[in-house]
Write a protein that binds this ligand. Structure first.
Ligand code: MTE
Ligand code: HPA
Ligand code: MOS
Length: 780
């Protein structure tokens, strides 16, 4: 077949990289045809499990009488610590401090103590209420401050980051401010809650369908609790209805319970807690108490920072080590600290064990950095943006580019990004207008803030930065794509399929996106740290390139031509001036016995981290962003609304701009919710009282900014050789929500003529805003 290269070059495959492409499941999501774990048809005889939980925050369990539970209608049996055939531990970091069910002692209110297995979920749930447990109540500490006062231990070794010498800098500095900030936690509020569905097989085998960001960990945990090798356990995940970090380790419990029960009774077992139990029994974002001490000159330039970051980790370590580490890694945000000392205090508390949540401790560090900026601005009577600019990382000329962990900031694009947002949002004129409005208006006050984000990309646990993929080309030319990443709504599968479509130059529709399964790609990392497309995109590209190499070698031989004359293009393969369809070529390659399946692999280069020394290059690169928000506050009630938000965010050369924008919008709103309305509240007894949407308030559609403009920095390109020069997007824009928090702070400050930093704690609920207004008014 002859062809005209000129006309053909204009055509391009569908779903090419760097083009908009809707989420591959978008229609299925909105029409209800997307299959989630709970939609999988249940085999006959499926049983259902429910957790029975502790009603004290800290206590010895004198006795646990489950007779009434066992006698309840539909109940098949119960599981306690005694029924764990292997090791009774599901700690994701191997610290052996997180039992499936505890023995003799409960360490938080709502801790799972046993499970009921029944013929229906309703029967199991009702029966779980009938346990009679006798406790000897012990003293408890619920928050990091009371834990420190009670000399509670750290759940894991604290981290210290140090550079320069803070003592002389504090001695000689013209200005110094010390303060404390409390930063609240956050519930993940994924639409689909935790769920696991285990189907027993022959010998030791079990297959677990579950909603997890980390299938390999679920697999290894199930093997560990069953006391069987990992090769007996298969974990499958087609998609999650949101994870946000809450399914990086928290599904271990549910997978373990379902699998133990499935093996014990040799029946399929499903466990799905209701929302209240999901909220009380699984971990959340860590809340922090940060003590800061900052020295600065009269222009607002920071000279030294000393910060202590105490976190409510809950009763076990879970991921608290890396989370509190990441808080320190981001306690500089975008700013150069000439002398700095940062210390983490991962405190044990008698609360649910806190876990990963979008940003993974980073947002808490960034908020603290921005609080220090605010303190300086109010102390000097300047615009916080001016203080921000004075403290940005610099370049080789000024030498201001070393982070507290001794990694250089090599591609600081923030000055340009901030400059562009400052003009596109008309920041200066609008700030002037806000000041004038506040001078005239006594009740409704306004505030505006423009805040930056710099976020480090890579798992700080260096070995996690690896990924695998598996691609088959069937002999009809259709392509089967599998990789170790999981889909939670972020669009990872779409992006990775775009990469593969681009590599073969075939239409996106030709690529079958398949469920994540430990049977196809082993030893995967969690889809977390925003690294999903960086890692799995590269692994898939590696697999595709192996296959292309084989196809090219075959073609060169068959057509007796040089490999350089062969080009994949628009569902065809050009061989010199001849054109063969991709399908034809694949068919011929199959007939010639070419291997049409390949496993790809990728590991992130350049990174290393020495935790004991606090030095290294933990991050491959940084992602940047900035947002400008304007709010109005009713000073009589504390109620507020976001009038306008403008965002400019850096995703390098975007793989899929429309998906990335969706990530930026969603992350901003989620970050705003964290800092405004989402308040977790435990009573004195340690009982979570905000355990359902009735009392825990995530942002609604009506809370979005009245005017909302989101742009990607189209000129940005990753300086590192990432997948198609893109940058990770999942977590960094979460911190853009800080602009709302700081704008609220300005509105509050206006009631005392901006002479004092309002020191709002997070979340700045209307109640807190009102209290801050009253406090500042009374200073007059
Ligand atoms: N977007 C949606 N829709 N749902 C989610 O659960 N999780 C976030 C982010 N965006 C999440 C999301 C978190 S915490 C991370 S780490 C990344 O997606 C993970 O996916 P990625 O690495 O593919 O970006
Ligand atoms: N980010 C997210 N999840 C993680 C990390 C991290 O840095 N380390 C281990 N799990
Ligand atoms: Mo995201 S908190 O790294 O799952």
């Amino acid at each position: 077949m002859k062809h005209d290269i000129i006309t053909d070059a204009k055509k391009s495959i569908s779903g090419a990289v760097h083009t908009d492409r809707r989420h591959d499941s978008a229609e299925k999501h909105v029409t209800g045809r997307a299959e989630y774990c709970d939609d999988i048809a249940e085999p006959q005889g499926t049983l259902h499990a429910y957790l029975g939980t502790s009603t004290v925050a800290h206590g010895l369990i004198r006795s646990m009488d489950l007779d009434a539970v066992l006698a309840a209608p539909g109940v098949i049996g119960v599981l306690t610590a005694d029924d764990v055939p292997g090791c009774n531990d599901i700690s994701p970091t191997g610290q052996n401090d997180e039992p499936v069910f505890p023995v003799g002692k409960t360490e938080f209110h709502g801790q799972p103590l046993f499970a009921v297995i029944a013929t229906s979920r309703d029967a199991a749930r009702r029966a779980a209420e009938l346990a009679k447990i006798d406790y000897e109540v012990l003293q408890h500490a619920l928050d990091p401050v009371s834990a420190m006062e009670a000399d509670y231990p750290h759940v894991t070794e604290p981290l210290k980051l140090e550079r320069g010498d803070i003592a002389p800098a504090f001695d000689t500095a013209k200005n110094r401010i010390k303060g404390r900030m409390t930063i609240g936690g956050q519930d993940h509020m994924y639409l689909e809650g935790q769920i696991a569905f285990a189907i027993p097989g022959e010998d030791d085998d079990v297959v677990v369908h579950c909603s997890t960001q980390h299938p390999s960990e679920a697999q290894h945990m199930v093997a560990h609790v069953l006391g069987v090798p990992s090769n007996a356990v298969t974990v499958n995940v087609r998609r999650m209805g949101g994870g946000f970090g809450g399914k990086e380790s928290q599904m271990n419990l549910f997978c373990a319970v379902a699998a133990i029960a499935a093996k014990k009774w040799n029946r399929p077992v499903k466990i799905r807690p209701d929302r209240d139990q999901d909220m009380t029994a699984t971990g959340k974002r860590h809340d922090f108490v940060v003590d800061y001490d900052v020295a600065f000159d009269d222009t607002g330039r920071i000279e030294a920072v000393d910060g202590t970051f105490a976190a409510r980790c809950g009763y076990s370590s879970d991921l608290s080590g890396p989370v509190t580490d990441r808080a320190l890694f981001h306690a500089d945000n975008a700013y150069f600290y000439p002398n700095v000392r940062l210390t983490s205090r991962p405190m044990k508390t008698n609360t649910v064990s806190n876990t990963a949540f979008r940003g993974f401790g980073g947002p808490q560090g960034v908020v603290a950095a921005e609080r220090m900026i605010e303190e300086i601005a109010y102390a000097l009577g300047k615009d916080p943006l001016e203080i921000r600019k004075a403290n940005f990382y610099g370049d080789r000329n000024d030498g201001r580019l070393l982070t507290p962990y001794h990694q250089e900031v090599e591609d600081n694009i923030l000055p340009r990004l901030i400059g562009e947002l400052e003009s596109s949002s008309d920041y200066q004129a609008r700030r002037e207008a806000v000041l004038q409005h506040n001078a005239r208006s006594s009740i409704i006050k306004r505030g505006i803030a423009l805040t930056p984000v710099k976020f480090g990309i890579s798992f700080t646990a260096t070995w996690y930065n690896q990924a695998g993929a598996l691609i088959h080309i069937y002999n009809d030319g259709s392509i089967h794509l599998n990789h170790g990443g999981t889909e939670m709504g972020q669009g990872l599968n779409t992006k990775v399929a775009q990469v593969v479509a681009d590599a073969f130059q075939v239409d996106f529709e030709r690529i079958k996106i398949t469920k994540t399964t430990t049977e196809k790609v082993p030893n995967t990392s969690a889809t977390a740290a925003s690294s999903g497309s960086d890692l799995n995109g590269m692994a898939a590209l590696n697999a595709a390139e192996q296959l292309k190499e084989r196809l090219v070698a075959f073609t060169a031989e068959r057509w007796n031509t040089g490999p350089e004359t062969i080009r994949f293009h628009n569902n065809m393969v050009e061989i010199g001036s001849e054109l063969v369809s991709f399908n034809d070529l694949v068919r011929q390659a199959y007939m010639a016995r070419v291997h049409l399946s390949a496993a790809g692999f990728y590991k992130t280069p350049k990174i290393h981290w020495d935790r004991a020394a606090g030095k290294g290059r933990p991050f491959y690169y940084f992602a940047y962003g900035a947002s400008c928000s304007e709010v109005s506050v009713d000073t009589l009630t504390g109620e507020y609304r976001v009038e306008r938000t403008d965002i400019l965010h850096d995703v390098g050369k975007s793989l899929n701009p429309v998906l990335d924008k969706g990530q930026v919008e969603g992350a901003f709103i989620q970050g705003m919710g964290w800092l405004t309305t989402e308040e977790l509240w435990w009573d004195q007894a340690g009982r979570l009282r905000t355990h359902a949407p009735s009392t825990y308030k995530i942002p609604l559609a009506s809370d979005r900014p009245r005017q909302f403009t989101v742009k990607l920095a189209e000129w940005s390109e990753n300086k590192e050789r990432t997948i198609k020069r893109s940058k990770a997007v999942g977590e960094p824009p979460f911190m853009l929500g800080i602009s709302v928090f700081e704008a609220l702070s300005m509105a509050v400050a206006s009631v005392a003529d901006y002479r004092e930093c309002p020191r709002l704690d997070a979340p700045a609920t209307p109640e807190r805003v009102l209290m801050a207004i009253e406090r500042l008014k009374n200073r007059e």
